[in-house]
Design a protein around this ligand. Sequence first.
Ligand code: SAM
Ligand code: SF4
Length: 330
Amino acid sequence: MPAPVDTFGRIHDSLRISVTDRCNIRCFYCMPEEPTNFQPRAEILSFEEIERFVRVAAGMGINKIRLTGGEPLLRRDLPVLIEKINGIAGVRDIALTTNGVRLAELAQPLYDAGLRRLNVHLDTLDRERFKHITRRDDLPKVLAGIDRAQALGFGPMKINAVAVKNLVESDIVPMARFGRERGIEIRYIEFMPLDSQSLWDRSKVLLMDDMLAMLRAEFGDLEAIPDQDPRAPATEFRYKDGGGTVGFIASVSKPFCLNCNRIRLTADGKLRYCLFAIEEMDVKELLRSGAPDEAIEARIRENVRAKWLGHQINTQQFVPPPRPMYAIGG
Ligand code: SAM
Ligand code: SF4
Protein backbone atom coordinates (compact mmCIF):
# COMPACT_ATOMS: atom_id res chain seq x y z
CA MET A 1 0.00 0.00 0.00
CA PRO A 2 1.39 3.49 -0.79
CA ALA A 3 2.37 5.42 2.32
CA PRO A 4 0.02 8.26 3.34
CA VAL A 5 0.43 11.52 1.41
CA ASP A 6 -0.50 14.91 2.83
CA THR A 7 -2.25 17.72 0.98
CA PHE A 8 1.14 19.14 -0.10
CA GLY A 9 2.19 15.85 -1.73
CA ARG A 10 4.64 14.80 1.00
CA ILE A 11 4.85 11.03 1.45
CA HIS A 12 4.85 9.90 5.09
CA ASP A 13 6.77 6.69 5.66
CA SER A 14 8.48 7.45 8.94
CA LEU A 15 7.10 7.12 12.49
CA ARG A 16 8.69 8.25 15.75
CA ILE A 17 7.33 6.56 18.81
CA SER A 18 7.88 7.87 22.30
CA VAL A 19 7.90 4.98 24.75
CA THR A 20 8.01 7.11 27.91
CA ASP A 21 7.94 10.75 28.93
CA ARG A 22 10.24 10.12 31.89
CA CYS A 23 13.95 10.79 31.91
CA ASN A 24 16.94 10.12 34.14
CA ILE A 25 18.63 13.46 33.37
CA ARG A 26 17.22 16.99 33.10
CA CYS A 27 18.52 18.86 30.05
CA PHE A 28 17.43 22.44 30.67
CA TYR A 29 16.29 22.95 27.06
CA CYS A 30 13.86 20.05 27.34
CA MET A 31 12.77 19.52 30.94
CA PRO A 32 12.32 21.54 34.09
CA GLU A 33 14.49 20.59 37.06
CA GLU A 34 11.58 18.96 38.86
CA PRO A 35 8.93 17.93 36.37
CA THR A 36 5.57 17.31 38.01
CA ASN A 37 3.43 16.31 35.09
CA PHE A 38 4.62 12.89 33.92
CA GLN A 39 1.82 10.77 32.55
CA PRO A 40 0.39 8.23 34.97
CA ARG A 41 1.49 4.72 33.98
CA ALA A 42 -2.02 3.70 32.99
CA GLU A 43 -1.98 6.39 30.27
CA ILE A 44 1.19 5.06 28.64
CA LEU A 45 0.70 2.72 25.71
CA SER A 46 1.56 -0.90 26.44
CA PHE A 47 3.93 -2.88 24.21
CA GLU A 48 0.93 -4.72 22.76
CA GLU A 49 -0.74 -1.41 21.86
CA ILE A 50 2.43 -0.02 20.30
CA GLU A 51 2.99 -3.24 18.38
CA ARG A 52 -0.54 -3.21 17.00
CA PHE A 53 -0.21 0.43 15.98
CA VAL A 54 3.08 -0.28 14.19
CA ARG A 55 1.55 -3.28 12.44
CA VAL A 56 -1.26 -1.10 11.07
CA ALA A 57 1.15 1.71 10.12
CA ALA A 58 3.60 -0.70 8.45
CA GLY A 59 0.69 -2.13 6.44
CA MET A 60 0.15 1.40 5.12
CA GLY A 61 3.76 1.75 3.97
CA ILE A 62 5.10 3.53 7.06
CA ASN A 63 8.24 1.45 7.24
CA LYS A 64 10.81 3.45 9.22
CA ILE A 65 10.47 3.43 12.99
CA ARG A 66 12.43 5.39 15.57
CA LEU A 67 11.95 4.86 19.29
CA THR A 68 12.49 7.85 21.51
CA GLY A 69 11.18 9.52 24.65
CA GLY A 70 11.73 10.93 27.35
CA GLU A 71 14.53 8.47 27.79
CA PRO A 72 13.56 5.23 26.02
CA LEU A 73 16.08 3.13 27.95
CA LEU A 74 14.04 3.77 31.10
CA ARG A 75 11.19 1.75 29.64
CA ARG A 76 11.42 -1.71 31.15
CA ASP A 77 12.11 -4.55 28.70
CA LEU A 78 12.63 -2.22 25.74
CA PRO A 79 14.59 -4.92 23.85
CA VAL A 80 11.40 -7.02 23.89
CA LEU A 81 9.53 -4.23 22.09
CA ILE A 82 12.37 -3.85 19.59
CA GLU A 83 12.28 -7.52 18.80
CA LYS A 84 8.52 -7.39 18.30
CA ILE A 85 8.70 -4.38 16.00
CA ASN A 86 11.57 -5.93 14.05
CA GLY A 87 9.37 -8.93 13.37
CA ILE A 88 6.51 -6.91 11.86
CA ALA A 89 6.14 -7.39 8.11
CA GLY A 90 6.85 -4.15 6.28
CA VAL A 91 9.15 -2.59 8.89
CA ARG A 92 12.38 -1.87 7.01
CA ASP A 93 14.29 0.12 9.58
CA ILE A 94 14.26 0.55 13.34
CA ALA A 95 16.40 3.07 15.22
CA LEU A 96 16.70 4.44 18.74
CA THR A 97 17.49 7.87 20.14
CA THR A 98 18.91 7.78 23.68
CA ASN A 99 20.81 9.96 26.12
CA GLY A 100 23.21 7.03 26.55
CA VAL A 101 23.21 7.01 30.36
CA ARG A 102 22.02 3.39 30.51
CA LEU A 103 23.56 2.34 27.22
CA ALA A 104 26.56 0.49 28.64
CA GLU A 105 24.30 -1.92 30.53
CA LEU A 106 21.69 -2.27 27.78
CA ALA A 107 23.74 -2.25 24.58
CA GLN A 108 24.07 -6.04 24.48
CA PRO A 109 20.34 -6.86 24.89
CA LEU A 110 19.48 -4.11 22.41
CA TYR A 111 21.93 -5.57 19.90
CA ASP A 112 20.59 -9.06 20.51
CA ALA A 113 17.06 -7.76 19.85
CA GLY A 114 18.21 -6.70 16.39
CA LEU A 115 18.80 -2.99 16.91
CA ARG A 116 21.66 -1.60 14.83
CA ARG A 117 20.95 2.11 14.46
CA LEU A 118 21.59 4.38 17.42
CA ASN A 119 21.61 8.12 17.94
CA VAL A 120 23.20 9.13 21.21
CA HIS A 121 22.57 12.57 22.62
CA LEU A 122 25.74 14.30 23.85
CA ASP A 123 26.44 18.03 23.71
CA THR A 124 29.83 18.31 25.38
CA LEU A 125 32.88 16.35 26.52
CA ASP A 126 33.38 18.74 29.41
CA ARG A 127 32.12 17.21 32.63
CA GLU A 128 31.19 20.51 34.28
CA ARG A 129 29.25 21.72 31.24
CA PHE A 130 27.52 18.35 30.95
CA LYS A 131 26.46 18.78 34.58
CA HIS A 132 25.27 22.29 33.93
CA ILE A 133 23.22 21.28 30.88
CA THR A 134 21.73 18.05 32.20
CA ARG A 135 21.74 18.80 35.97
CA ARG A 136 23.32 15.36 36.43
CA ASP A 137 26.94 14.16 36.59
CA ASP A 138 26.60 11.34 34.09
CA LEU A 139 29.13 12.14 31.36
CA PRO A 140 31.31 9.08 32.21
CA LYS A 141 28.29 6.80 31.83
CA VAL A 142 27.41 8.23 28.43
CA LEU A 143 30.99 7.83 27.21
CA ALA A 144 31.05 4.25 28.52
CA GLY A 145 27.80 3.61 26.67
CA ILE A 146 29.22 4.89 23.40
CA ASP A 147 32.35 2.74 23.90
CA ARG A 148 30.27 -0.34 24.59
CA ALA A 149 27.98 0.18 21.60
CA GLN A 150 30.95 0.70 19.29
CA ALA A 151 32.67 -2.40 20.64
CA LEU A 152 29.54 -4.44 19.95
CA GLY A 153 29.50 -3.26 16.35
CA PHE A 154 26.36 -1.15 16.15
CA GLY A 155 25.95 0.32 12.68
CA PRO A 156 27.02 3.88 11.90
CA MET A 157 26.26 5.70 15.13
CA LYS A 158 25.30 9.33 15.29
CA ILE A 159 25.61 11.82 18.10
CA ASN A 160 22.98 14.53 18.59
CA ALA A 161 24.51 17.70 20.01
CA VAL A 162 22.12 20.52 20.84
CA ALA A 163 23.61 23.89 19.93
CA VAL A 164 22.80 26.67 22.38
CA LYS A 165 24.49 30.01 21.85
CA ASN A 166 26.82 31.42 24.51
CA LEU A 167 27.10 27.95 25.97
CA VAL A 168 28.57 25.29 23.69
CA GLU A 169 30.79 27.28 21.30
CA SER A 170 33.89 25.76 22.88
CA ASP A 171 32.42 22.25 22.45
CA ILE A 172 31.85 22.39 18.70
CA VAL A 173 35.41 21.54 17.65
CA PRO A 174 36.13 18.95 20.41
CA MET A 175 32.87 17.16 19.60
CA ALA A 176 33.79 17.14 15.91
CA ARG A 177 37.23 15.76 16.77
CA PHE A 178 35.62 13.03 18.88
CA GLY A 179 33.40 12.10 15.93
CA ARG A 180 36.28 12.11 13.46
CA GLU A 181 38.42 9.89 15.69
CA ARG A 182 35.66 7.36 16.24
CA GLY A 183 33.90 7.34 12.89
CA ILE A 184 30.74 8.80 14.41
CA GLU A 185 28.75 11.49 12.64
CA ILE A 186 28.11 14.43 14.96
CA ARG A 187 24.79 16.11 14.26
CA TYR A 188 24.55 19.59 15.65
CA ILE A 189 20.93 20.49 16.35
CA GLU A 190 19.96 24.12 16.50
CA PHE A 191 18.22 24.84 19.81
CA MET A 192 14.47 24.75 19.17
CA PRO A 193 11.58 26.33 21.08
CA LEU A 194 10.51 23.10 22.74
CA ASP A 195 11.73 23.69 26.26
CA SER A 196 9.33 23.50 29.15
CA GLN A 197 10.44 26.77 30.71
CA SER A 198 10.07 29.07 27.69
CA LEU A 199 13.77 29.89 27.72
CA TRP A 200 14.07 29.92 23.95
CA ASP A 201 14.48 32.91 21.80
CA ARG A 202 16.21 33.21 18.47
CA SER A 203 19.24 34.95 19.94
CA LYS A 204 20.02 31.77 21.93
CA VAL A 205 20.38 29.58 18.87
CA LEU A 206 23.87 28.74 17.67
CA LEU A 207 23.32 28.66 13.93
CA MET A 208 24.55 26.13 11.42
CA ASP A 209 26.59 28.64 9.40
CA ASP A 210 28.46 29.77 12.50
CA MET A 211 29.25 26.19 13.47
CA LEU A 212 30.36 25.37 9.92
CA ALA A 213 32.75 28.32 10.04
CA MET A 214 34.25 27.00 13.30
CA LEU A 215 34.76 23.56 11.76
CA ARG A 216 36.29 25.01 8.60
CA ALA A 217 38.71 27.10 10.64
CA GLU A 218 39.87 24.00 12.49
CA PHE A 219 39.70 21.15 9.96
CA GLY A 220 39.88 22.87 6.59
CA ASP A 221 37.18 22.79 3.99
CA LEU A 222 34.01 20.75 4.13
CA GLU A 223 31.81 20.00 1.14
CA ALA A 224 28.08 19.36 1.04
CA ILE A 225 27.44 15.68 0.41
CA PRO A 226 25.92 15.36 -3.06
CA ASP A 227 22.63 13.51 -3.62
CA GLN A 228 21.54 13.59 0.01
CA ASP A 229 18.18 12.09 0.79
CA PRO A 230 16.09 15.26 0.57
CA ARG A 231 13.76 13.90 3.25
CA ALA A 232 16.45 13.38 5.87
CA PRO A 233 16.33 16.19 8.44
CA ALA A 234 20.10 16.72 8.56
CA THR A 235 22.16 18.70 6.07
CA GLU A 236 25.35 16.69 5.78
CA PHE A 237 28.91 17.68 4.94
CA ARG A 238 32.10 15.76 4.32
CA TYR A 239 35.50 16.81 5.63
CA LYS A 240 37.67 17.20 2.56
CA ASP A 241 40.63 15.69 4.42
CA GLY A 242 38.79 12.37 4.68
CA GLY A 243 37.75 12.84 8.31
CA GLY A 244 34.23 11.54 7.76
CA THR A 245 30.96 13.41 7.81
CA VAL A 246 29.12 15.88 9.98
CA GLY A 247 25.47 16.92 9.98
CA PHE A 248 23.30 19.85 11.01
CA ILE A 249 19.65 19.84 11.94
CA ALA A 250 19.07 23.46 11.15
CA SER A 251 15.39 23.69 12.07
CA VAL A 252 15.71 27.39 12.82
CA SER A 253 18.06 28.74 10.16
CA LYS A 254 17.12 26.33 7.36
CA PRO A 255 13.77 24.68 8.07
CA PHE A 256 13.29 21.42 6.20
CA CYS A 257 9.50 21.18 6.51
CA LEU A 258 8.99 20.95 2.75
CA ASN A 259 10.58 17.51 2.75
CA CYS A 260 9.15 16.20 6.01
CA ASN A 261 8.10 12.53 5.95
CA ARG A 262 7.39 11.99 9.66
CA ILE A 263 4.54 11.51 12.06
CA ARG A 264 4.88 10.96 15.79
CA LEU A 265 3.13 8.90 18.40
CA THR A 266 3.43 10.20 21.96
CA ALA A 267 3.85 7.85 24.91
CA ASP A 268 0.23 8.49 25.87
CA GLY A 269 -1.07 7.59 22.44
CA LYS A 270 -1.53 10.89 20.61
CA LEU A 271 -0.68 11.27 16.96
CA ARG A 272 1.18 14.40 15.89
CA TYR A 273 2.08 15.43 12.34
CA CYS A 274 4.82 17.82 13.50
CA LEU A 275 7.09 18.39 16.50
CA PHE A 276 5.54 21.83 16.71
CA ALA A 277 1.93 20.79 16.07
CA ILE A 278 -0.70 22.40 18.27
CA GLU A 279 -3.40 19.86 17.54
CA GLU A 280 -3.04 16.13 18.08
CA MET A 281 -5.30 13.15 17.45
CA ASP A 282 -5.98 10.36 19.87
CA VAL A 283 -5.27 6.74 19.02
CA LYS A 284 -5.13 5.31 22.55
CA GLU A 285 -8.91 5.28 22.83
CA LEU A 286 -9.14 3.45 19.50
CA LEU A 287 -6.56 0.90 20.65
CA ARG A 288 -8.31 0.39 23.99
CA SER A 289 -11.89 0.28 22.78
CA GLY A 290 -11.52 -2.61 20.39
CA ALA A 291 -11.69 -0.43 17.26
CA PRO A 292 -10.81 -2.31 14.04
CA ASP A 293 -7.50 -1.78 12.22
CA GLU A 294 -9.35 0.24 9.58
CA ALA A 295 -10.27 2.86 12.19
CA ILE A 296 -6.62 3.22 13.23
CA GLU A 297 -5.58 3.45 9.61
CA ALA A 298 -8.23 6.11 9.00
CA ARG A 299 -6.95 8.11 12.00
CA ILE A 300 -3.39 8.01 10.64
CA ARG A 301 -4.57 9.21 7.22
CA GLU A 302 -6.67 11.93 8.85
CA ASN A 303 -3.65 13.14 10.82
CA VAL A 304 -1.41 13.21 7.74
CA ARG A 305 -4.10 15.02 5.73
CA ALA A 306 -4.38 17.66 8.46
CA LYS A 307 -0.63 18.40 8.32
CA TRP A 308 0.36 22.01 7.86
CA LEU A 309 2.95 23.25 5.39
CA GLY A 310 5.49 23.90 8.13
CA HIS A 311 6.28 25.40 11.48
CA GLN A 312 6.45 29.14 11.91
CA ILE A 313 9.49 29.42 14.21
CA ASN A 314 10.81 32.34 12.22
CA THR A 315 7.63 34.40 12.23
CA GLN A 316 5.75 36.53 14.73
CA GLN A 317 2.85 34.07 14.47
CA PHE A 318 4.83 31.21 16.05
CA VAL A 319 3.03 29.57 18.93
CA PRO A 320 5.08 27.00 20.88
CA PRO A 321 3.46 23.58 21.13
CA PRO A 322 1.57 22.84 24.34
CA ARG A 323 3.92 19.96 25.18
CA PRO A 324 7.68 20.30 25.75
CA MET A 325 10.15 18.05 23.92
CA TYR A 326 10.25 15.25 26.50
CA ALA A 327 6.47 14.88 26.37
CA ILE A 328 6.37 14.78 22.58
CA GLY A 329 9.31 12.56 21.71
CA GLY A 330 12.16 14.20 19.82
N1 SAM B 1 16.28 11.23 25.81
C1 SAM B 1 16.68 10.93 24.49
C2 SAM B 1 17.75 11.88 24.02
O1 SAM B 1 18.01 12.86 24.72
O2 SAM B 1 18.30 11.65 22.95
C3 SAM B 1 15.56 10.90 23.49
C4 SAM B 1 14.53 12.00 23.59
S1 SAM B 1 15.15 13.64 23.34
C5 SAM B 1 13.69 14.62 23.51
C6 SAM B 1 15.50 13.59 21.58
C7 SAM B 1 16.45 14.64 21.09
O3 SAM B 1 15.87 15.90 21.22
C8 SAM B 1 17.73 14.72 21.86
O4 SAM B 1 18.68 13.89 21.27
C9 SAM B 1 18.13 16.17 21.80
O5 SAM B 1 19.19 16.29 20.93
C10 SAM B 1 16.91 16.85 21.22
N2 SAM B 1 16.40 18.02 21.93
C11 SAM B 1 15.81 18.06 23.14
N3 SAM B 1 15.41 19.32 23.43
C12 SAM B 1 15.76 20.07 22.36
C13 SAM B 1 15.59 21.46 22.04
N4 SAM B 1 14.96 22.31 22.84
N5 SAM B 1 16.08 21.88 20.85
C14 SAM B 1 16.69 21.03 20.00
N6 SAM B 1 16.85 19.72 20.23
C15 SAM B 1 16.39 19.26 21.41
FE1 SF4 C 1 15.96 13.65 28.81
FE2 SF4 C 1 16.45 13.59 26.21
FE3 SF4 C 1 15.03 15.60 27.26
FE4 SF4 C 1 17.60 15.43 27.82
S1 SF4 C 1 16.71 15.77 25.78
S2 SF4 C 1 15.96 15.80 29.31
S3 SF4 C 1 17.95 13.28 27.84
S4 SF4 C 1 14.42 13.49 27.17
